[in-house]
Design a protein around this ligand. Structure first.
Ligand SMILES: [Zn+2]
Length: 128
């Protein structure tokens, strides 16, 4: 193989690698999907009235991207997502964990975004 052919081949390999990398990054950036699949739904509960919300990934994304469904005030850390409750007309809806034993929907944070530790005892101490 002549040096020129060798260089040409190296260049072709390099270009292919770059195109492949660009394609990969573009793909991974846009491939994230939010299916409207109830089996993938996450549980959310209103801290104030206890209303349950099951959000499919596409509903969650729609709320997250909306201007009025998700809490975005300057005093809020924003690390924990708090959604709008239609019944209370307030930002009170937080991620819930469903207790398998009792079937209760337990909030994992308060409306201010402070995490609430959820454990097996949470159901027992409730209502005391
Ligand atoms: Zn509510």
């Amino acid at each position: 193989m002549s040096p020129a052919a060798k260089n040409g081949l190296m260049l072709a390999v390099l270009v292919l690698a770059l195109v492949g990398a660009a394609f990969f990054f573009k793909r991974s950036g846009t491939e994230r999907t939010y299916p409207d699949d109830p089996t993938l739904a996450t549980q959310w509960v209103c801290v104030k009235c206890g209303k349950h919300y099951s959000l499919t990934p596409s509903q969650y994304k729609a709320w997250l991207d909306s201007k009025d469904k998700v809490r975005r005030d300057p005093n809020f850390s924003g690390r924990i997502v708090v959604f709008w409750c239609d019944d209370c007309r307030e930002f009170q809806v937080v991620r819930a964990k469903v207790d398998r034993a009792t079937g209760k929907w337990l909030p994992t944070s308060d409306a201010a975004g402070n995490p609430i530790p959820v454990n097996a005892d949470a159901g027992k101490t409730e209502g005391q």
